[in-house]
Design a protein around this ligand. Structure first.
Ligand SMILES: [Zn+2]
Ligand SMILES: [Zn+2]
Ligand SMILES: [Zn+2]
Ligand SMILES: [Zn+2]
Ligand SMILES: [Zn+2]
Ligand SMILES: [Zn+2]
Ligand SMILES: [Zn+2]
Length: 472
């Protein structure tokens, strides 16, 4: 328990309530009227009268030990004095736990031994210490005590130890870098500078800083670590990050594959041999490339046919857009029999395969004056499953591209195939050039009217209608 001198002094200083200069009469009156001094009740020895500590202190402690003399002076009446001094009181340290109680006259004697009464520190540090706490004080808190540092075992007085604590070189401390090491204070700075696994160290190759214990891992991948060319060429030392480009572009010994490897050349050799190989094998390389090209050509063809299969129209209705139409008419006038053909289309997913054809300068009866349109049956994938001859009705529509759809006036021609017509029998593998349709579909005069041609584009719809099958 640590108590300062000031605290003890405070405990011992009590305010004076009885002045030694008061007249005896007043004093007696005080005695008589004071609620704090109570005569001993004749019927009870267990309840001693109580004089409050403050008053006793005043009596006992008025700067000297003459308090009782003063009491004598105050109570000049010998009878009163005797009565007062015979009053039974508690020890002034009653509240601190002293159980003593006896006549007032014996109090002073008691205080000489009362373990709660304060006396000057026996080591002369100047503090007033209750007897009961003296041993503790001398051992633990007295600034004059002799004591040893737990760490270095040197001897100190109490207050020099306080200065020493926090500076003792032998106190074990954890390293602040959290490396887990506990070390004497005197070795700590040396540890942090040269041993600590968590100190920062620069990589000696790239000079970036790393925590010491991660440095070996960094060295395994640091781009600046010097390496030898694995081919042991005349370049002695390379930084790791330069090795790849060295092997690829510079190393005279590293083996490369011929640049025609993908085309099938199996030659491998160092740089100088490669130049010779390329020079001497032009012919072979050319042959390899030719076979690559023809292989690719096949691939392109099969991709194209796969693509056209995917983009085939299976709806039975073709909207055929023909652009630059006046140029096509003009061209057809100079080229006899010029025919445009539409992309093939199917009447349904597993139906007939058809194609429309158009003669811009007419054909047969329409030649030189009309555009002629025809439908052809092409050999299809599912012909073996279909009914022959083809008997769906076919209609051709030339769209009027008027901006106002209500006023548009399309030209439509349609027919139902005659079962005797050769053109509608199952087609042979050889595409049949014959079609059926309208040689005089629309005259060149009519084509110029309305909005059949707009932006030099015509739209022709070819619609196949299976609902109008004609029974054979
Ligand atoms: Zn006591
Ligand atoms: Zn002391
Ligand atoms: Zn120490
Ligand atoms: Zn450390
Ligand atoms: Zn590095
Ligand atoms: Zn090399
Ligand atoms: Zn080659």
């Amino acid at each position: 328990m640590v108590r300062s001198l000031a605290q003890w002094t405070k405990t011992l200083s009590f305010p004076a309530r009885i002045s030694p200069n008061k007249s005896s009469k007043e004093s007696v009156n005080i005695h008589q009227v004071s609620p704090t001094v109570t005569p001993t009740p004749s019927n009870s020895s267990l309840s001693p009268p109580v004089i409050k500590n403050n008053e006793i202190n005043n009596m006992m402690n008025n700067n000297n030990c003459s308090s009782l003399t003063e009491v004598n002076q105050i109570y000049s009446d010998p009878e009163s004095e005797k009565a007062i001094m015979s009053s039974v009181v508690y020890c002034i340290h009653h509240k601190e736990g002293c159980k003593w109680s006896d006549e007032l006259r014996k109090l002073k004697g008691h205080l000489n031994t009362c373990k709660h009464d304060a006396i000057p520190c026996t080591s002369k540090c100047g503090a007033q210490i209750p007897r009961v706490l003296m041993e503790d004080h001398l051992k633990y808190t007295c600034p004059q005590r002799r004591t040893r540092c737990d760490f270095c075992n040197k001897e100190f007085t109490g207050h020099t130890l306080e200065n020493h604590m926090g500076n003792c070189g032998y106190e074990p401390l954890y390293c602040e870098n959290k490396c887990g090491v506990k070390i004497h204070r005197r070795h700590l700075s040396q540890h942090k500078a040269s041993d600590c696994s968590k100190r920062l160290l620069p990589c000696r190759y790239c000079t970036k800083e790393f925590v010491a214990d991660t440095l070996p891992a960094h060295h395994l991948k640091c781009g600046r670590v010097p390496l030898q060319c694995p081919n042991r060429c005349d370049v002695n030392v390379l930084a790791r990050e330069e090795l790849e480009s060295h092997l690829k572009d510079e190393c005279t010994i590293s083996v490369h594959s011929c640049s025609f490897k993908e085309a099938g050349c199996r030659f491998k050799g160092p740089r100088f041999a490669m130049e010779k190989h390329l020079e001497e094998n032009c012919q072979q390389h050319l042959q390899l490339m030719c076979s690559v090209v023809s292989k690719q050509q096949h691939q392109i063809t099969s991709l194209k046919s796969a693509l056209s299969r995917l983009s085939l129209n299976y709806s039975g209705t073709l909207i055929w857009k023909i652009s630059d139409f006046s140029a096509k008419i003009a061209e057809a006038k100079t080229k006899e029999g010029m025919e445009l053909v539409s992309p093939p289309f199917y009447t349904s997913q597993y139906g007939y395969k058809l194609q429309a054809s158009l003669f811009p300068n007419g054909n047969g009866a329409g030649e030189d004056s009309h555009i002629s349109v025809y439908i052809k049956i092409l050999p299809g994938e599912y012909d073996g499953l279909l009914r022959w001859p083809f008997a769906h009705s076919v209609s051709f529509t030339l769209f009027d591209q008027s901006t106002c759809p209500e006023k548009a006036c399309n030209i439509v021609e349609s027919f139902i195939p005659d079962p005797t017509w050769k053109n509608f029998q199952r087609p042979s593998k050889e595409p049949d050039s014959l079609g059926f349709g309208f040689p005089k579909f629309v005259s060149h005069e009519m084509l110029k009217k309305r909005h059949f041609m707009k932006d030099d584009i015509v739209f022709i719809r070819v619609k196949i209608d299976p609902s109008k099958i004609v029974a054979v």
